[in-house]
Design a protein around this ligand. Structure first.
Ligand code: TRP
Ligand code: ZN
Length: 902
């Protein structure tokens, strides 16, 4: 730790501008593991050579919590010293003397590894997690992604306890050893950075499938799980097969390995990890059958299996030069998994639903991040702990930056760009600049190519840009002029911003909702449908000609850029867009704008009695959506979902979370009662989806039926009706799949009905042996609507439940995060008890698992926006955490950034 702290003992920031190539290269690594939970021995034999392009320096190898037993250079005992956690060797052979062998023998203790980084044990099985800097917890190494080596790995362990021994690449040898032990030797045919190393050892079984690629090559696909879970692997395997086929069909990127393995573990810090040929997954993103997993689970599994598989090219074949380039692989791979899921959709409506869902994540999670103390560019300039930068900005905003490139060069042009990128950089560790350059070079005549240096400001400038648009109709000239001014608020370390390149997809409707042909002033051509305008100046004016009346502009169709659009739409215009916009995204968006407008008015109103929040026009519009036979159920469900409390709060300068909660609740109650008979009909028409399949059409119908039940139980709450709660309980009992069952349970719990208690008890009894379902059981309760401050005591109770364990990240998330990060109405208590609970849990978790603690620490990111008394109480809670001595770098960075500047 010494080297990473300054004189005051504070962690030191790593800066992008300090990047220097390594002083040594590692060409080959030969690892031998003697696996033992209490003391695993690791023999590491490497071939190294000096980097002739770097100044001569000692070799500094990273290590963390290792016991060092031996260091040999070319077979001879070598002199070395420790500098903090680094192992430093002087006097190594010169560049002219060439390669040398370094042998390092260490031990570590996997059973005590609660950080789940490096080598750890989960349910008697060994797993590794090396990204970003976990390999140094396995052996001393140059733990940086630009050092790429060939790996040979031998695993030795007791055969009865650890019958399956896996690592990256191909199995080349296996056999028996004395004393009931056995071994397996794996060779990875590709060079890789150490963060992609993995091993797994334990009692596992696999679903297997052979597939033949376009070129006729055969591959073996395997999904490894614990013995009882084999019946939950079909969907993950199908998703993997689809991923392999899609990447080849869409981008010409084939599977490059004979064998591709996925292994599931129930103890994992994040979703999954793309280790070359041996992806390791959180069970949450592998295991599914209709009895235990919801439609949302099925769809997440498809995305995450796709995501990790697509990393095989975008991440593994071409990797990051340094961790500041993280979005090079993550932004691109999220974009790829989003496109994959869209391409699997049968029709345009399902594609639009997927797009809306992705934008909703961006706006409810990334926009707040970009406006808060942790705001950072897609390519950050500095960090204290890289684990804190696996963020929605790197992932989701990074994906939007890639998507804008596709918009600017077209779908075919983008595919050409991707081909050039992989041709040019295969086997290399590169930068975000290299990626953008390849896409531009493959499309020399594109707007991207023309504006490339400016476009790359998306990588360097943090903050969400705002577009202030204003339209003026000139009846005399039959023209309509749209003025658009862009701006971007200051973010930490960036006071002023330069203009961005912003592709704005636009269409024009007439007052009756028909799409108008479009002609720009000074242009001959007339276009129909959507056009992409490329903004690059701080302010621009676009004039449309040949218009007989003022049009209704449909701006930012498909959410063509990650910006906030301000346009003073009238209610009538929004109603027109909601009823008619041929662009489904903007159709949905119009409904959201109307809902948001009502919410903000209700919040601003001085009266304590805020009902009714929604006007008749809004209710009528929602009724028309529900009754429209041309719209899909999934789309209706999205339109009828009000903007979240978090999203509403983001629009306010000062947030009273209780007021936001109260107003949104009142809106929901109003939708429930005003549309009561429609909800009944919607339920009757959609609740039977036949034999279960997780396809978009039937899952959309289940989602809408679930929403209807929720509103029907909510309406029953105020009317005293017992019919619908009774029906809901029956539905809960009879349900043929988890989606229907969980939606029914949720309807009872969130309406606070007395039947909820018996349903919850029954649910626990049925699923007591299904960890992922028990997570849902915890999460539903910790996330339930607060009534008179009852949720915090319940959460404390749940933490004493025999099934609770704070060491298991999924379980900790299901209780603690569901309360602190996903239940604002219950968390933001006037008595500050929610914040006190939060600070205690952050400190408790920090000693166990800093990555999980630092995520939880982010729950109060937006504290400075809060109204009193919340603001002072939240600040005090953060300060209490920050004052704790021996905090991890992870949590330290989050809380000090939260306190900075306010
Ligand atoms: N690279 C992984 C992905 O995006 C995620 C990841 C990064 C991760 N660091 C991790 C997963 C640590 C688990 C633990 O797919
Ligand atoms: Zn990823």
């Amino acid at each position: 730790m010494l080297l990473q702290r300054d004189a005051q003992g504070q962690p030191i920031a790593i800066r992008r501008e300090d990047y220097a190539a390594p002083a040594f290269w590692i060409d080959t690594v030969d690892l031998t593991f003697d696996l033992d939970p209490a003391k695993t021995r690791v023999l590491n034999r490497m071939q190294l050579r000096r980097n002739p392009d770097a100044p001569a320096q000692p070799l500094r190898l990273d290590g963390d919590e290792l016991n060092l037993a031996r260091v040999l250079v070319n077979g001879q005992g070598a002199s070395f010293r420790m500098e903090g956690d680094q192992l430093v060797l002087d006097g190594l052979p010169s560049a002219e003397e060439g390669a040398f062998e370094l042998e390092i023998f260490t031990t570590c203790c996997p059973i005590k590894n609660t950080k789940l980084m490096g080598l750890f044990v989960s349910e008697d099985t060994f797993f590794t997690q090396c990204e970003a800097e976990g390999f140094r917890r396995i052996t001393y190494f140059l733990d940086r992604p630009d050092v790429m080596a060939m790996y040979t790995v031998t695993l030795r362990a007791n055969k009865a306890a650890y019958p399956v021994l896996l690592s990256n690449g191909n199995l080349v040898e296996q056999g028996e050893l004395p004393e009931g032990r056995h071994f397996a030797k794996w060779v990875d045919p590709f060079r890789k950075p150490c963060y992609l190393f993995a091993l797994v050892a334990g009692k596992l079984v696999a679903r297997e499938q052979r597939i033949t690629a376009r070129n006729g090559k055969e591959h073996l696909l395997q999904v490894y799980v614990r013995a009882g879970d084999l019946d939950k692997t079909e969907h993950a395997m199908n998703s993997l097969v689809n991923s392999v086929l899609w990447d080849e069909a869409r981008f010409g990127l084939p599977l490059d390995l004979d064998r591709f393995m996925i292994v599931a573990t129930s103890d994992f810090n994040m979703g999954a990890m793309e280790n070359k040929g041996l992806n390791i997954f959180n069970t949450k993103y592998v295991l599914a059958n209709q009895a235990t997993a919801t439609d949302a689970d099925y769809s997440n599994i498809e995305s995450v299996v796709g995501h990790e598989y697509f990393h095989n090219w975008s991440g593994d074949r071409v990797t990051c030069r340094d961790w500041f380039q993280l979005s090079l692989k993550e932004g691109l791979t999220v974009f790829r998994d989003q496109e994959f899921s869209q391409d699997l959709c049968a029709d345009a409506s399902a594609r639009a639903v997927k797009r809306i869902e992705d934008v909703r994540v961006l706006r409810t999670a990334q926009f707040p991040e970009d406006a808060g103390p942790m705001a950072h560019p897609v390519r950050p300039d500095s960090y204290i702990e890289i684990s804190n930068f696996y963020t929605v900005t790197i992932y989701e905003k990074g994906a939007e930056v890639v998507r804008m490139m596709q918009t600017l060069v077209g779908r075919k042009g983008f595919e050409k760009g991707i081909t050039l990128y992989f041709e040019r950089h295969d086997g290399q560790a590169v930068t975000c600049d290299d990626f953008a350059q390849a896409i531009a070079d493959a499309n020399p005549d594109s707007e991207l190519s023309r504006l490339l240096p400016q476009f790359k400001r998306w990588y360097s400038q943090a903050g969400t840009p705002r577009l202030a648009a204003h339209g003026v109709y000139d009846a005399q000239n039959r023209s309509y002029t749209l003025s658009i001014v862009q701006s971007c608020p200051p973010t930490p370390g960036q006071a002023t911003k330069e203009p961005f390149v912003i592709p704005v997809n636009i269409g024009l409707l007439d007052a009756s909702g028909r799409e108008l042909p479009m002609q720009l002033e000074g242009e001959e051509r007339i276009t129909h449908g959507t056009r992409t305008l490329v903004l690059s100046r701080a302010g621009e004016q676009i004039t449309f000609v040949g218009l007989d009346a003022e049009p209704v502009p449909s701006i930012l169709r498909g959410f063509s850029a990650p910006v906030i659009l301000d346009f003073e739409y009238t209610d009538a215009q929004l109603l027109t867009l909601l009823a008619n916009d041929p662009d489904p995204f903007n159709r949905w968006e119009a409904g959201q704008r109307l809902g948001l407008r009502a919410a903000l008015q209700g919040i601003a109103a001085l009266a304590t009695d805020i009902t009714p929040v929604l006007n008749d026009a809004y209710i009528d519009a929602m009724r028309s959506v529900l009754r429209n036979p041309k719209l899909d159920a999934a789309f209706k469900e999205l339109v009828l979902t009000l903007p979240s409390e978090t999203y509403i709060a983001e629009q306010l300068d000062v947030v009273d979370p209780q007021r936001v909660h109260l107003v949104r609740d009142a809106m929901r109650a109003q939708l429930a009662s005003a549309l009561f008979s429609d909800w009944q009909q919607v339920y009757e028409e959609n609740h039977d989806t036949g034999a279960y399949t997780p396809d978009p059409t039937s899952s959309g119908r289940r989602a809408l039926a679930g929403m209807a039940l929720n509103f029907l139980c909510l309406a029953a709450r105020s009317s005293g009706d017992t019919v619908w709660p009774g029906k809901t309980l029956q539905r809960f009992k009879d349900a043929g799949n988890m989606t229907d069952r969980f939606n029914a349970l949720n309807a009872l719990v969130s309406s606070g009905h007395t039947l909820a208690a018996q349903a919850l008890a029954r649910f626990h009894a049925i699923f007591k042996d299904e960890a992922l379902v028990i997570d849902k059981w915890f999460s539903l309760q910790a996330g339930a609507p607060d009534r008179g401050g009852d949720i915090l005591p319940l959460v404390k109770q749940l933490m004493k439940h025999p099934d609770f364990s704070i060491k298991n990240p999924n379980r900790a998330r299901s209780v603690i995060f569901s309360y602190c990060s996903a239940n604002p109405g219950a968390f933001h208590r006037p008595d500050a008890a929610g914040y006190v609970f939060w600070s205690e849990r952050v400190i408790e978790l920090d000693a166990i698992n800093p990555q999980v603690a630092a995520r939880l620490a982010r729950a109060l990111d937006r504290w400075s926006k809060l109204a009193e008394p919340y603001r002072s109480a939240a600040r005090e809670a953060i300060a209490r955490v920050a004052a704790k001595p021996d905090l991890s770098k992870d949590t330290h960075e989050v809380v000090t950034r939260a306190l900075a500047g306010n």
